[in-house]
Ligand binder design. Structure first.
Ligand code: TMP
Length: 218
Protein backbone atom coordinates (compact mmCIF):
# COMPACT_ATOMS: atom_id res chain seq x y z
CA UNK A 1 0.00 0.00 0.00
CA UNK A 2 1.00 3.61 -0.47
CA UNK A 3 1.96 4.05 3.17
CA UNK A 4 0.44 6.80 5.32
CA UNK A 5 -2.12 7.69 2.69
CA UNK A 6 -5.88 7.74 2.57
CA UNK A 7 -6.27 8.03 -1.22
CA UNK A 8 -5.18 5.38 -3.69
CA UNK A 9 -2.11 5.36 -5.90
CA UNK A 10 -2.46 3.68 -9.31
CA UNK A 11 0.34 3.49 -11.87
CA UNK A 12 0.29 2.56 -15.55
CA UNK A 13 3.39 0.98 -16.99
CA UNK A 14 4.55 -0.66 -20.19
CA UNK A 15 6.77 -0.25 -23.23
CA UNK A 16 6.50 2.45 -25.87
CA UNK A 17 3.23 3.09 -27.71
CA UNK A 18 1.03 1.05 -25.37
CA UNK A 19 -1.63 3.78 -25.23
CA UNK A 20 -1.14 4.70 -21.59
CA UNK A 21 -2.10 8.36 -21.90
CA UNK A 22 -5.44 7.63 -23.59
CA UNK A 23 -6.28 4.93 -21.08
CA UNK A 24 -5.33 7.08 -18.10
CA UNK A 25 -7.82 9.75 -19.18
CA UNK A 26 -10.55 7.16 -19.59
CA UNK A 27 -9.83 5.61 -16.20
CA UNK A 28 -9.83 9.06 -14.57
CA UNK A 29 -13.25 9.83 -16.07
CA UNK A 30 -14.72 6.58 -14.72
CA UNK A 31 -13.35 7.18 -11.25
CA UNK A 32 -14.70 10.75 -11.29
CA UNK A 33 -18.11 9.30 -12.19
CA UNK A 34 -17.88 7.39 -8.89
CA UNK A 35 -17.41 10.74 -7.09
CA UNK A 36 -13.67 10.29 -6.54
CA UNK A 37 -11.20 13.18 -6.78
CA UNK A 38 -8.51 12.16 -9.29
CA UNK A 39 -5.05 13.63 -9.85
CA UNK A 40 -3.36 12.74 -13.14
CA UNK A 41 0.39 12.90 -13.28
CA UNK A 42 3.38 11.39 -15.03
CA UNK A 43 7.02 10.36 -14.72
CA UNK A 44 9.57 11.54 -15.32
CA UNK A 45 7.76 14.75 -14.35
CA UNK A 46 4.79 15.78 -12.26
CA UNK A 47 6.34 18.89 -10.65
CA UNK A 48 8.15 21.83 -12.31
CA UNK A 49 11.55 20.57 -11.13
CA UNK A 50 10.88 16.99 -12.19
CA UNK A 51 9.62 18.18 -15.58
CA UNK A 52 12.94 20.03 -16.03
CA UNK A 53 14.80 16.79 -15.25
CA UNK A 54 12.52 15.01 -17.76
CA UNK A 55 13.92 17.24 -20.50
CA UNK A 56 17.40 15.91 -19.73
CA UNK A 57 16.28 12.29 -19.90
CA UNK A 58 13.93 11.95 -22.87
CA UNK A 59 15.86 13.79 -25.58
CA UNK A 60 19.36 13.79 -27.02
CA UNK A 61 21.84 10.99 -27.76
CA UNK A 62 20.86 7.56 -26.52
CA UNK A 63 24.26 7.25 -24.82
CA UNK A 64 24.39 10.73 -23.32
CA UNK A 65 24.26 9.53 -19.70
CA UNK A 66 26.33 7.14 -17.69
CA UNK A 67 23.84 4.43 -16.63
CA UNK A 68 24.04 5.19 -12.91
CA UNK A 69 23.75 8.95 -13.49
CA UNK A 70 20.64 8.33 -15.55
CA UNK A 71 19.09 6.19 -12.80
CA UNK A 72 19.88 8.88 -10.21
CA UNK A 73 18.21 11.50 -12.40
CA UNK A 74 15.05 9.39 -12.59
CA UNK A 75 15.08 9.01 -8.81
CA UNK A 76 15.77 12.70 -8.22
CA UNK A 77 12.73 13.51 -10.35
CA UNK A 78 10.71 10.81 -8.54
CA UNK A 79 11.55 12.12 -5.07
CA UNK A 80 10.31 15.60 -6.08
CA UNK A 81 7.19 14.10 -7.60
CA UNK A 82 6.32 11.90 -4.63
CA UNK A 83 7.00 14.54 -1.96
CA UNK A 84 5.38 17.50 -3.71
CA UNK A 85 2.58 16.03 -5.81
CA UNK A 86 1.74 12.40 -5.00
CA UNK A 87 1.80 12.30 -1.18
CA UNK A 88 -0.05 15.61 -0.65
CA UNK A 89 -2.81 14.42 -2.99
CA UNK A 90 -3.07 11.02 -1.28
CA UNK A 91 -3.18 12.66 2.14
CA UNK A 92 -6.21 14.73 1.21
CA UNK A 93 -7.94 11.58 -0.04
CA UNK A 94 -7.47 12.00 -3.81
CA UNK A 95 -6.69 9.08 -6.06
CA UNK A 96 -3.47 9.60 -7.99
CA UNK A 97 -2.93 8.00 -11.40
CA UNK A 98 0.63 8.21 -12.68
CA UNK A 99 1.75 7.53 -16.24
CA UNK A 100 4.84 5.48 -15.24
CA UNK A 101 6.56 5.19 -11.86
CA UNK A 102 9.33 3.14 -10.23
CA UNK A 103 8.68 -0.04 -12.24
CA UNK A 104 9.85 1.89 -15.31
CA UNK A 105 13.24 2.46 -13.70
CA UNK A 106 13.40 -1.20 -12.75
CA UNK A 107 12.52 -2.27 -16.31
CA UNK A 108 14.42 0.34 -18.37
CA UNK A 109 17.52 0.90 -16.25
CA UNK A 110 17.52 -2.22 -14.05
CA UNK A 111 16.65 -5.05 -16.44
CA UNK A 112 17.09 -3.72 -19.99
CA UNK A 113 19.85 -1.24 -19.13
CA UNK A 114 23.12 -2.04 -17.41
CA UNK A 115 22.44 -0.88 -13.86
CA UNK A 116 21.01 -4.12 -12.50
CA UNK A 117 18.03 -4.87 -10.31
CA UNK A 118 19.87 -4.77 -6.97
CA UNK A 119 21.06 -1.20 -7.49
CA UNK A 120 17.58 0.00 -8.43
CA UNK A 121 16.07 -1.78 -5.41
CA UNK A 122 18.66 -0.23 -3.07
CA UNK A 123 18.17 3.23 -4.53
CA UNK A 124 14.41 2.95 -4.22
CA UNK A 125 14.72 2.07 -0.54
CA UNK A 126 17.10 4.96 0.07
CA UNK A 127 14.96 7.55 -1.71
CA UNK A 128 11.39 6.38 -1.04
CA UNK A 129 11.55 3.70 1.66
CA UNK A 130 8.65 1.27 1.28
CA UNK A 131 6.44 3.67 -0.68
CA UNK A 132 4.82 1.97 -3.66
CA UNK A 133 1.59 1.97 -5.69
CA UNK A 134 -1.59 0.26 -4.52
CA UNK A 135 -2.16 -1.05 -8.04
CA UNK A 136 0.03 -1.18 -11.15
CA UNK A 137 -1.41 -1.90 -14.58
CA UNK A 138 1.17 -3.10 -17.10
CA UNK A 139 -0.04 -2.43 -20.64
CA UNK A 140 1.45 -5.17 -22.76
CA UNK A 141 1.75 -5.46 -26.52
CA UNK A 142 4.21 -6.77 -29.13
CA UNK A 143 7.27 -4.54 -29.46
CA UNK A 144 6.91 -3.83 -33.18
CA UNK A 145 3.32 -2.64 -32.80
CA UNK A 146 4.22 -0.41 -29.86
CA UNK A 147 7.24 1.16 -31.54
CA UNK A 148 5.39 1.91 -34.76
CA UNK A 149 2.54 3.53 -32.79
CA UNK A 150 5.06 5.57 -30.80
CA UNK A 151 6.87 6.71 -33.95
CA UNK A 152 3.72 7.88 -35.68
CA UNK A 153 2.76 9.78 -32.52
CA UNK A 154 6.17 11.52 -32.53
CA UNK A 155 5.87 12.79 -36.10
CA UNK A 156 5.35 16.51 -36.22
CA UNK A 157 6.40 17.10 -32.61
CA UNK A 158 8.81 20.02 -32.32
CA UNK A 159 11.10 18.65 -29.62
CA UNK A 160 11.10 14.88 -30.03
CA UNK A 161 10.94 13.01 -26.71
CA UNK A 162 12.24 9.90 -28.40
CA UNK A 163 15.55 9.09 -26.74
CA UNK A 164 14.27 5.76 -25.36
CA UNK A 165 12.29 4.88 -28.51
CA UNK A 166 15.59 4.98 -30.42
CA UNK A 167 17.24 2.33 -28.26
CA UNK A 168 16.73 -0.61 -30.61
CA UNK A 169 14.52 -3.66 -30.80
CA UNK A 170 16.60 -5.90 -28.48
CA UNK A 171 16.31 -3.27 -25.72
CA UNK A 172 12.55 -3.09 -26.19
CA UNK A 173 12.16 -6.88 -26.19
CA UNK A 174 14.13 -6.98 -22.93
CA UNK A 175 11.79 -4.33 -21.54
CA UNK A 176 8.71 -6.32 -22.37
CA UNK A 177 9.95 -9.42 -20.59
CA UNK A 178 11.15 -7.24 -17.69
CA UNK A 179 7.63 -5.93 -17.11
CA UNK A 180 6.29 -9.50 -17.20
CA UNK A 181 8.85 -10.54 -14.61
CA UNK A 182 8.13 -7.54 -12.37
CA UNK A 183 4.40 -8.32 -12.51
CA UNK A 184 4.99 -12.02 -11.74
CA UNK A 185 7.03 -11.11 -8.65
CA UNK A 186 4.26 -8.93 -7.18
CA UNK A 187 0.94 -10.44 -8.26
CA UNK A 188 -0.98 -8.64 -5.50
CA UNK A 189 0.00 -5.23 -6.86
CA UNK A 190 0.47 -5.78 -10.61
CA UNK A 191 -1.88 -6.78 -13.43
CA UNK A 192 -0.89 -7.40 -17.03
CA UNK A 193 -3.38 -5.83 -19.44
CA UNK A 194 -3.45 -6.93 -23.09
CA UNK A 195 -3.05 -3.60 -24.91
CA UNK A 196 -3.16 -4.98 -28.45
CA UNK A 197 -6.96 -4.79 -28.71
CA UNK A 198 -9.05 -1.71 -29.50
CA UNK A 199 -9.25 1.18 -27.04
CA UNK A 200 -12.64 0.14 -25.66
CA UNK A 201 -11.51 -3.40 -24.94
CA UNK A 202 -8.37 -2.17 -23.19
CA UNK A 203 -10.39 0.36 -21.16
CA UNK A 204 -12.81 -2.40 -20.10
CA UNK A 205 -9.96 -4.67 -18.97
CA UNK A 206 -8.43 -1.81 -16.98
CA UNK A 207 -11.72 -0.99 -15.29
CA UNK A 208 -12.25 -4.64 -14.37
CA UNK A 209 -8.87 -4.69 -12.61
CA UNK A 210 -9.40 -1.38 -10.83
CA UNK A 211 -12.95 -2.16 -9.74
CA UNK A 212 -11.87 -5.60 -8.51
CA UNK A 213 -8.88 -4.28 -6.58
CA UNK A 214 -10.74 -1.52 -4.80
CA UNK A 215 -14.26 -2.95 -4.52
CA UNK A 216 -15.90 -0.46 -6.90
CA UNK A 217 -19.03 -1.23 -8.92
CA UNK A 218 -17.97 -3.19 -12.04
P1 TMP B 1 6.81 8.36 -21.74
O1 TMP B 1 7.28 8.31 -23.16
O2 TMP B 1 5.96 7.21 -21.37
O3 TMP B 1 6.29 9.69 -21.32
O4 TMP B 1 8.13 8.13 -20.80
C1 TMP B 1 9.30 8.78 -21.02
C2 TMP B 1 10.41 7.82 -21.28
O5 TMP B 1 11.23 7.67 -20.10
C3 TMP B 1 9.98 6.43 -21.69
O6 TMP B 1 10.68 6.13 -22.89
C4 TMP B 1 10.46 5.54 -20.57
C5 TMP B 1 11.55 6.30 -19.91
N1 TMP B 1 11.70 6.07 -18.47
C6 TMP B 1 12.81 5.40 -17.97
O7 TMP B 1 13.67 4.98 -18.73
N2 TMP B 1 12.93 5.25 -16.62
C7 TMP B 1 12.01 5.72 -15.74
O8 TMP B 1 12.16 5.55 -14.52
C8 TMP B 1 10.83 6.41 -16.28
C9 TMP B 1 9.80 6.94 -15.34
C10 TMP B 1 10.73 6.56 -17.64
Amino acid sequence: MSLSASGRFITLEGGEGAGKSTQIKRLAARLQDCGIEVVLTREPGGTPGAEAIRGLLVSGDTGRWDAVTETLLHYAARREHVEKTVKPALHRGAWVISDRFADSTMAYQGYAGSVGRETVTALHRLVLGEFKPDLTLVLDLPVEIGLSRARSRMQGQAAAEDRYERMGTAFHEALRSAFHDIAAREPGRCRIIDASGDMDAVAAAIWKSVAGQFGLKP
